[in-house]
Design a protein around this ligand. Structure first.
Ligand code: ATP
Ligand code: MG
Length: 265
């Protein structure tokens, strides 16, 4: 990917609220006339960063940026802003996200790319819309559309980590871009084990619940806490805050109870 590719991808991404498929003419209009946009788009398609709209008669040629394209733009901007020097291999993959190793000044970082997942969308679109409007205000006045979903989750998780780091044991957040966040890597050669994979001891449950009380004091309910979202290292780390809600959300009490019950065994 070179700077011309990035210029083209930026234009397509910048129009994501206006067009589902961006007409090539709109892109040509917005980038330097020296760039052969159609040729560049053919290459970007080969690299699986954009999709061409299947042609039907009378249609303007149009394109769409795909997941890989958005990931690449986010990484490009993280490097540009000094959050990362380089990226490494995939270290985790869930239905809702992909975690990739990042490097900065020789130290490991974790990059979490949020994904759209329809079953989860149906479940949390109300609480996520509420939280992202309250914490970011960016989505005010309109409903969360599926296309906004990974960005809203990244915003909510980043905001929760920012607010809690230093008070609650969570990975330190370093940056957010579009649907991706960069945070402290927990582990050494490989990620630290999850609490669900190690022998569950009562001091661990207490440590999690003590941390959770601090998070509630900061006004944040995790919403998806379980031993699958606790990493065991020199201390315990509470991770995966994408479903967090403020304590004044109408369903927050039930979520908080459910979170705590997972550690009351
Ligand atoms: N800061 C980190 N450092 C190291 N590894 C991490 C970090 N954050 C997440 N991971 C690894 O990635 C996995 C998934 O992260 P997370 O729970 O945040 O996402 P998720 O979308 O819930 O994925 P899953 O569906 O697998 O639970 C974790 O179980 C952990 O192994
Ligand atoms: Mg998880």
């Amino acid at each position: 990917m070179d700077t011309k590719d990035v210029a083209i991808l930026r234009v397509i991404d910048g129009l994501w609220e206006t067009y589902e498929w961006v007409p090539v003419g709109e892109i040509e209009h917005r980038v330097s006339s020296k760039i052969d946009v159609t040729k560049k788009l053919r290459n970007l398609e080969k690299e699986k960063l954009v999709l061409w709209k299947p042609h039907s008669f009378g249609d303007e040629p149009s394109v769409k940026i795909n997941e890989r394209g958005l990931d690449s733009l986010a990484v490009w901007d993280f490097v540009k802003h000094g959050v990362l020097d380089d990226i490494g291999h995939k270290i985790g993959e869930g239905k809702e996200s992909v975690i990739v190793l990042g490097l900065k000044d020789g130290e490991k970082r974790a990059i979490k790319f949020h994904r759209y997942y329809s079953a989860e969308y149906r479940k949390i679109k109300k609480s996520l819309a509420y939280t992202s409007i309250k914490w970011w205000r960016t989505l005010k006045g309109r409903l969360l559309r599926p296309v906004d979903f990974p960005r809203a989750k990244a915003q909510v998780e980043y905001r929760a980590l920012k607010k809690l780091h230093g008070k609650v044991s969570v990975p330190e957040p370093y940056g957010i871009n579009r649907h991706a966040i960069v945070m402290e890597f927990i582990g050494d050669e490989v990620p630290a084990p999850l609490m669900s994979k190690v022998k569950n001891e009562s001091w661990m449950r207490k440590e999690v619940l003590d941390n959770y009380e601090m998070s509630l004091k900061e006004g944040i309910v995790h919403g998806d806490l379980s031993p699958f979202n606790v990493m065991v290292w020199n201390k315990l780390y509470l991770i995966d805050w994408a479903q967090a809600v403020p304590v004044d959300f109408e369903g927050a009490d039930a979520l908080m109870k459910r979170d705590k019950e997972k550690f009351n065994a």
